[in-house]
Design a protein around this ligand. Sequence first.
Ligand code: HEC
Length: 173
Amino acid sequence: MKCLLRIVLTVAALLFIFIIFIYSGIYNISAMVSHNRVTLKLISFLTDNSIKHYSENITVPNLTDSFLIETGFAHYKEMCVDCHGAPGIQPDEIGRGLYPGPPELARSIKDWTSSQLFWITKNGIKMTGMPSFGKTHKDDKIWAIVAFIKKLPGMTKEQYMAYDKSVKEKDED
Ligand code: HEC
């Protein structure tokens, strides 16, 4: 009985300290200051698990069609490059000011499967600057974006610019 009382009192004391901490405003919410390591690990663990869980049953269509990839490029240039940058292109002021910062996709996407990339692009990620494009775009457009971003690893600036040229030429036809 004494042991149980001790546990209850300890839990109550910890809860009290936690509530004081929340009310005090000590936690610095500034986007210029990084989270501490424990918070960072917790958020990234939760994010990774959530993305894996919700993208489990998504079937991937054929992503190798060159028209699909070019369509994806046009959307990437319009909606993603300002935050994520591209080969030879830095993110703009908004992208650079965000915390957590938008990762350079050419490096980071190797950690994700096509279904997971689709889920992230469609749903966005809560409490980060990553928007959901599923509210404004149909699935086929989102798959086109995924088809393009999967080409980013190893892409040179010249190859990126070549997509731009090719899309512009087709627009003019
Ligand atoms: C307003 C800024 C912004 C825009 C625009 C944006 N993103 Fe993001 N994106 C982010 C941020 C911030 C993160 C990091 C989220 C995190 O740390 O959990 C992110 C994360 C991602 C990730 C996960 C990468 C990883 O390795 O964790 C993918 C994939 C992604 N974005 C794709 C896209 C695509 C595709 C577009 C365009 C259709 C896009 N984003 C547009 C801000 C943006």
